[in-house]
Ligand binder design. Structure first.
Ligand code: AHR
Length: 508
């Protein structure tokens, strides 16, 4: 957690770090990914048979290598909006028998060449855990139960035997299952009202947990600050349900609540501070979970449901339309916004159980494939530094900084949460290193900052920046990357204008 003290432009900023004050364990799953059958994410992204860069399964080896570098712990699949018309049975068994189908989310054709077994194999190659999203549009509960049985059971039953016939003896043991995707959205095939969704999600959850009580079920929320979120939490966060393991008061029907937010703005400071709205959404969702638990008298012995922020990123769908593959070109301003996003997850670690950048490759992604290689977009670099170092526990810190006071996007951010020009978070990693992440959002001003609580004579310094906030990375030219150096820890540290800096030192 970070507290923020607003100062005037002319005053000296400072950051006070309290490495001994651990606030909460950071769940590694905040560095999750997301692969949807959309644009070039699956086909031409992770799966590109015939390309010399692919392995014998058709998986792009360079993409696997990059996701290993990010140490991605969990990947959501197969959508997204795509899932609302997806029938998993179309995507298993011999490829020549798999049907092509019209795809209604992004108006394409789904060949089903890549399906469940390919995804599971790909996850094994990446060293990540699968997270499956169920079809709440045209799908049925029977189909969902069949998919769960296919993936997780080792009994002598129909779908288990089908899996065996398809070449996989052992169950995949998929832990994470989402009860639909954005079922509230009017772009959704078979959109639901909150009343209809809550009724359906509750009944599906019960059946799914009867089949496999070990799974983690994720409720479909909206933005985290809507009446949908309040209503579905109130109706579904229950513990007194038959089939959850008798009266042992430690289990609940719903384990996590999913929310989605994308941020973007044409102007740099409105763009880079927009993720503060998402951070406020986390705080509001946490309060709504508390409220549902209070109203439903959920005993304290049932662990509090965590937030699953399973789609987040910078995205302007007008600029990069989904139907055209949503290939956003990210600027340095976007990289700073992503640093603020990630700072938010670290600061709110107590409540965030998972977060999935949307998406892992080509579609609104840090990572782009070309026929003969990879482009690491600007937003890749802060993400890489966070995934490498910002783990362990989030620790207390106080930031004294001036604030951006202009227009925010959305406008309500201004009244709901501060927008400091120095956006910071800090961690104490399990290896004893203290890590301080600082985004200086000011385009014109370097800040000389006193770092109270830093006791070290060797500090590793990693800086992500570029000539101006509009620069991008292309296959031809990498204008944004990481600059590494070291510092003796003496005096104040200057955080350069429009930069993201990660400082790292061995704790006392
Ligand atoms: O990630 C792109 C799309 O954004 C997803 O399919 C959908 O869930 C969201 O609206």
């Amino acid at each position: 957690m970070a507290t923020f003290t607003r100062i005037d432009e002319g005053e000296s900023p400072s950051i006070t770090i309290h490495p001994a004050n651990k606030i909460a364990k950071i769940d590694d799953n905040i560095y999750g990914g997301f692969t949807e059958h959309m644009g070039r994410c699956i086909y031409g992204g992770i799966y590109d048979p015939g390309n010399p860069l692919s392995d014998e399964n058709g998986f792009r080896k360079d993409v696997i290598g990059a996701l290993k570098e990010l140490n991605v712990p969990v990947v959501r699949y197969p959508g997204g909006n795509f899932v609302a018309t997806y029938h998993w049975l179309d995507g298993v068994g011999p490829k020549e028998n798999r049907p092509s189908r019209p795809e209604l989310a992004w108006i394409g054709t789904e060949t089903n060449e890549f399906g469940t077994d390919e995804f599971m194999k790909w996850c094994e190659a990446v060293g990540t855990e699968p997270y499956l999203c169920l079809n709440f549009g045209t799908g049925t509960l029977d189909e969902a139960l069949g998919w769960l049985e296919y993936c997780n059971s080792d009994r002598n039953t129909y779908y288990v035997n089908l899996r065996r016939k398809n070449g996989r003896e052992k169950p995949y043991n998929v832990k994470y299952w989402a009860l639909g995707n954005e079922c509230w959205g009017d772009w959704q095939v078979a959109q639901l009202t909150k009343e209809d969704y809550a009724k359906k999600a509750y009944q599906w959850a019960k059946a799914l947990k009867l089949l496999d009580p070990s799974i983690t079920l994720i409720l479909c929320g909206a933005t985290g600050h809507s009446s949908w979120d309040y209503y579905v939490l109130k109706e579904c966060v229950r513990w007194d349900v038959h089939g959850l393991g008798g009266d042992s008061a430690t289990k609940s029907l719903i384990d996590m609540h999913s929310i989605h937010v994308y941020t973007a703005d044409k102007e740099h400071l409105a763009n880079a501070t927009a993720p503060r709205g998402a951070e406020r959404a986390i705080q509001m969702t946490s309060a709504l979970i508390d409220l549902a638990r209070i109203e439903n008298k959920v005993p304290v012995s049932v662990p509090k449901q965590k937030i699953c922020f399973d789609e987040w990123n910078v995205w302007d769908p007008m600029r990069a339309p989904g139907e055209q593959g949503a290939e956003e070109k990210y600027t340095l301003s976007d990289a700073l916004a992503v640093a603020v996003w990630l700072n938010a997850f670290i600061r709110q670690a107590k409540d965030v159980g998972m977060a999935n950048i949307a998406q892992s490759v080509n579609v609104i992604s840090p990572l782009m494939t070309t026929k003969d290689g990879l482009v690491k977009q600007t937003i890749w670099w802060p993400l890489l530094l966070f995934t490498k170092y910002m783990r362990g526990h989030t620790i207390a810190l106080n930031v004294k900084s001036s604030e951006y006071t202009g227009r925010t996007n959305p406008a309500w951010i201004r009244a709901a949460i501060e927008t400091p020009l120095l956006d910071c978070s800090a961690t104490l990693a399990d290896d004893g290193f203290v890590n301080l992440a600082v985004a200086n959002l000011n385009e014109e001003k370097d800040f000389e900052v006193a770092l109270d609580g830093l006791q070290a004579d060797k500090v590793e310094v990693f800086i992500v920046s570029g000539d101006n906030v509009s620069v991008t990375n292309t296959a031809e030219e990498q204008k944004v990357g990481i600059r590494e150096s070291s510092w003796d820890g003496k005096g104040a540290f200057t955080f350069a204008r429009h930069s993201f800096t990660l400082l790292r030192w061995k704790g006392a």
